[in-house]
Design a binder for this molecule. Structure first.
Ligand SMILES: Cc1cc2nc3c(=O)[nH]c(=O)nc-3n(C[C@H](O)[C@H](O)[C@H](O)COP(=O)(O)OP(=O)(O)OC[C@H]3O[C@@H](n4cnc5c(N)ncnc54)[C@H](O)[C@@H]3O)c2cc1C
Length: 378
C-alpha cells in the first residue's frame, strides 16, 4: 500500500515506522526538521510515558487502547530502536541520556533504515476520490491510505470538512485577576491547589510557580487541563499552603505563636512562610505589618488561618505557551484503530484526536499508542 502520513511529530514518526514494514510510506513535514516538538518536551528531556496508572490522566476513558498497547509496549518499542530509558520516582519515563534529541535520533535512524520517504512540504489540501490526492505547493501525489498527524492544527481539518471539537490550550500557565508581581519567580512546593469551576472541584498536589500576573507550575498546568476541557478559563483557584494541617491545627499553631515574644505581625509571620508570601498574605487581609502583636485577637488569627488554607485567585485567562490542546476529532467518529468512520483509509492520530492528558508523559503516550494502532492497521 502507498501511505502518506501528514505531520512529522511524535505520532507521525512512530506511525511511519509501524506502517513501513509492508508498505511504501511517505511522511510530510511542514517544519524544517522532523520531531521538532519532541525536542522541547520534558524540558528537553522528553518524558516518554509513565509506568503508573492511566485511569484519571485523560479527558475520557481510553483504557481500551492501552489494553492493546501498554506503557510497557511503548518502552519496549523505544528499547528496540536502541533507546535506553530510566524511570523516576513518580513513574515518569525518560531516555537514559536525559536528552530528547536521542529520541528524535533513534527514530530518524530507524526511518532511514526502513526507507521511509520524508518530504519537507506542507500539505495544503487532500482531495478524496477513490484514492487520496495529497497536494502541496510543490507536489501532487496519490495514496491508498492517509494518516493525519498534524497536532492541534485545524487548517487541514477545515479544508477536508472533518468534524472535530474546537481546540483549546491545555497544560498552560493561568492569568489571574490578582497582581502577583511581588511573588513573581517564587516556587511553592507541597501545596494543594483546588479549582472551583461550574460547581465542581478538582484538586492537585505539588508545585506552584508565580508569574507577574498569574500562576504556573505542574499543579497549575494540570488544573488548566480541566478548564481547557470545558473551554472556560473563568474560575476560582484556592492554594492551601499547609495541606498537611487541618484548619484547626493552623489556628492552634498560630495561637501558640502568640506566646512568643514578637513585637509586630511581620515578626509573627516570619518563620512561617517565605517573606514574599507573608507580605502578600498580610496585604490580602489588609493587616499592617507593623501592627502590634497585642492586637492580634482570635478573630484575626482565624482570618490568617483561613487564608493560609485557602489563598484565593481568580483565573481570567491563560498565557501563550501551551503544551497541548484539548479538542480534536472525536473518538466516536473513529474506529478502534483510528480510521475515520465516514472515510475509509483515512486515519487521525495523536493530538489531533480529542484526547488530552495531564503532565507526566501521558500526551506522548497517547501519540505513540494511537500511532502504533493506526500505522499497523491495514
Ligand atoms: C513545551 C512542551 C513540553 C512537552 N512535554 C511533554 C512531555 O514531557 N511528555 C508528554 O507526554 N508530552 C509533552 N508535551 C506534549 C507533546 O509534545 C504532544 O502531545 C505531542 O508532541 C503530540 O504529538 P503529535 O505528533 O500529535 O503532534 P505534533 O508533535 O504537534 O506534530 C504535528 C506535526 O504536524 C506538522 N503539520 C501540521 N500541519 C501540517 C501540514 N499541513 N502539512 C505537513 N505537516 C503538518 C507540524 O509541523 C508538526 O511537525 C509537551 C509539549 C510542549 C509544547
Amino acid at each position: 500500500m502507498k501511505i502518506a502520513i501528514i505531520g512529522a511529530g511524535a505520532s507521525g514518526l512512530v506511525a511511519g515506522l509501524c506502517a513501513s514494514k509492508n508498505n511504501d510510506v511517505t511522511i510530510y513535514c511542514a517544519d524544517e526538521k522532523i520531531g521538532k516538538k519532541i525536542l522541547v518536551t520534558g524540558n528537553g528531556r522528553c518524558n516518554l510515558t509513565n509506568t503508573q496508572g492511566f485511569d484519571t490522566a485523560y479527558n475520557q476513558d481510553v483504557s481500551k487502547f492501552f489494553e492493546k498497547i501498554s506503557n510497557l509496549d511503548i518502552i519496549k518499542f523505544f528499547n528496540n530502536l536502541g533507546l535506553e530509558i530510566y524511570v523516576d520516582e513518580e513513574g515518569r519515563v525518560y531516555p537514559l541520556s536525559n536528552s530528547a534529541q536521542s529520541v528524535v535520533e533513534v527514530l530518524t535512524n530507524a526511518l532511514a533504515k526502513d526507507n521511509v520517504n520524508i518530504k519537507f512540504e506542507k500539505v495544503e489540501d487532500i482531495k478524496i476520490d477513490n484514492r487520496f490526492n495529497v497536494i502541496t505547493n510543490l507536489s501532487n501525489e496519490e495514496y491508498d491510505k492517509v494518516i493525519i498527524a498534524t497536532g492541534s492544527e485545524n487548517v487541514l481539518l477545515d479544508k477536508m470538512k472533518i468534524k472535530y471539537k474546537p481546540f483549546s490550550p491545555s497544560l498552560v500557565a493561568l492569568k489571574t485577576k490578582e497582581n502577583t508581581k511581588e511573588l513573581s519567580g517564587l516556587r511553592l512546593t507541597n501545596v494543594k491547589v483546588t479549582l472551583d469551576v461550574d460547581n465542581k472541584k478538582y484538586t492537585e498536589f505539588g508545585e506552584v510557580l508565580f508569574k507577574d500576573k498569574g500562576l504556573s507550575g505542574i499543579c497549575i498546568f494540570n488544573i488548566s487541563a480541566y478548564l481547557a476541557r470545558k473551554n472556560n478559563f473563568n474560575a476560582k483557584i484556592y492554594i492551601d499552603l499547609l495541606p498537611k494541617f487541618t484548619y484547626e491545627n493552623v489556628v492552634i499553631m498560630l495561637t501558640n505563636r502568640l506566646k512568643l515574644n514578637f513585637k509586630n505581625i511581620s515578626e509573627f509571620m516570619t518563620g512561617l512562610f517565605n517573606k514574599k508570601i507573608n507580605k502578600y498574605l498580610l496585604k490580602n487581609l489588609n493587616l499592617d505589618e507593623q501592627k502590634n502583636i497585642k492586637e492580634l485577637n482570635s478573630n484575626i488569627i482565624e482570618k490568617i488561618a483561613k487564608i493560609i488554607k485557602n489563598l484565593p485567585f481568580n483565573v481570567v485567562g491563560y498565557y501563550e505557551n501551551y503544551q497541548v490542546k484539548s479538542g480534536g476529532v472525536r473518538l466516536c467518529d473513529l474506529t478502534e484503530n483510528f480510521e475515520y468512520k465516514e472515510i475509509k483509509n483515512l486515519y487521525f492520530i495523536g493530538e489531533v484526536v480529542d484526547v488530552d492528558g495531564l503532565c507526566g508523559g501521558y500526551n506522548l503516550s497517547w501519540a505513540f499508542v494511537s500511532a502504533m494502532l493506526a500505522g499497523e492497521d491495514d
